[in-house]
Design a protein around this ligand. Sequence first.
Ligand code: ADP
Ligand code: MG
Length: 636
Amino acid sequence: MSKGNINVSVENIFPLIKKFLYSDHEIFLRELISNATDATTKLKHLISIGEAQVDYGAPKIEINIDKENKTLRIVDQGLGMSAEEVEKYINQIAFSGAEEFLEKYKDDKNETGVIGHFGLGFYSAFMVADKVEIITKSFKEETAAHWTCDGSPEYTLVEHDKSDRGTEIILHIAEDSVEFLEEGKIRGLLTKYNRFNQVPIKFGTKKVNDPDFTPQTITDEEGKETTEPHKQIEVDDIINNTDPAWTKKPADLEADDYTNFYRELYPTQFEESLFHIHLNVDYPFNLTGILFFPKLSQNLDMQKDKIQLYQNQVFVTDNVEGIVPDFLQMLKGVIDSPDIPLNVSRSYLQADGAVKKISGYITKKVADKLSSLFKKDREDFEKKWNDIKVIIEYGMLSEDKFFDKAKKFALYPTVNNEYFTFDELVEKTKDTQTDKDGNHIILYASNKDAQHAYIESAKAKGYEVVILDSPIVSHLMQKLETSGGDTKVQFTRVDSDHVDNLIKTDDTVISKLSDEEKDKLKPIIEGSVPKESYTVQLESMDSSASPFLITVPEFMRRMKEMSATGGGMMGMGNLPEMYNLVVNTNHQLVTDILNAAEDKQKELISQAFDLAKLSQNLLHGEELTNFIKRSYDLIK
Ligand code: ADP
Ligand code: MG
């Protein structure tokens, strides 16, 4: 029997371990399973290079709860340790690792999200146990060793009669941690952290149908046929899939394998993904993974299915901020990399060179995949556009490199359901939609129904109208307008002016009213509409065009939208609503207004103004009630 003191500088670090890792106690299980996994894969390696002459067999890791004795055991069949190795790895190395870790984090209590991202290792067992035993037998010809420590720097190390290879860790669960003796709790943790662990993990047994048994049809005395019950057998309950799809080569996988993996990863997600991107790189960093473009549903539950970060098939976190570019955070799936430094703070992570490269690599892979989908099957890509556009448009705004690639496949659907790329749209409209000053105008609508009348007038003129309805689209238009190189275009919403003014050509319509009549008309109309919100603008237009038309100047509206969705022009969102009231002086009604008596003038203007408001969905409440009343009066 030997007794010893773990060489500690802190008198007793175990209370510290408890204190600093309080919020993340559960990670002890992941740490111990990681050690068991390491021990198993190390043995495999030693066998493969001829340094261990033992039979590898089919090793597994077993988790056992004994509620009565309040113990939790983690048993592996890995390489094991001799007594000297326990001295070295547990008493010295593991301990100094734990000490160093605490030293680093004891002043940084806010980084609890980071603590637990590896680094503490074996001693994290003392977060939940007041006594820990290790019984271990090396694969070499050595007597097994039995180490016991009760959370003070003292430990005992004696011989043990364990005869089979491997390590057994016995945790005597502390009074305040008895939750870790609950089967449901442990199963939950195993599923969270270890469901793709490299070595099979056995947690109890389960009953399954015996595959070697075929139920027979039995005929009883009365001639009734029944099928005999299936024979059940008890088998190990293995909680993990040791070789998930992302660890395989893309060439070895079929489309179905990806679909199935998506289901395996998010069992409560019923929508299938639109497509996947298989990540696989080993230089200059190691990274594997599969990302899925989800079908964006209204269901906000989607948000809980996040990208999961693994390190060698062990779950680390689903907070991938800084590792995956912001615009791709809506994607789903898995990334696995041993090269992401996890026991550091988020801000450090973002500055880390390797992490920056990873983020850049992911962006590039996503752009390349989208580009190849677009080239391979454009029709299918067009069908998916609505579901993926927000992600792509956001990416174009936030990453210049992505913008350059996406410009070639980002689509602009027209109100007639044709899909153009930016270049195609420019080419298609350059002859018909260039005004007399040489400005190339792209017309767009944000809502097919609300802007129906404006869209129709634009279509009647032979203009293309594209639908741009994402919340960030005003920023994107700004970017397209300023980064077009030789092709300079200008986006204008169909309802920002009368159709004749959207794209001004040379042919002016002859005015029915003289200048004097116009001077007389303007104050009459101005006197009948709220001055603070409406600017009256007289226009000589086609006599068939509406007499009154409400428009929002493109510049004003876009500034407001952009400030509402962030970026520049601070405070613009608070501006009052400002509109133009375009009056078509060639319309008969306008002549009638001019010639009517004062009372009648007021009535005609109110009615026409309300109709104009109605077509812009601006008539509400009392105004709407009055309008309806007045309309009935007019037709009775
Ligand atoms: P790390 O895993 O980062 O090396 P740990 O504190 O988790 O740090 O473990 C310290 C060392 O103890 C390991 O490197 C390993 O040598 C040894 N060890 C821990 N658990 C086992 C085990 N189940 N089987 C064999 N060796 C182990
Ligand atoms: Mg470890």
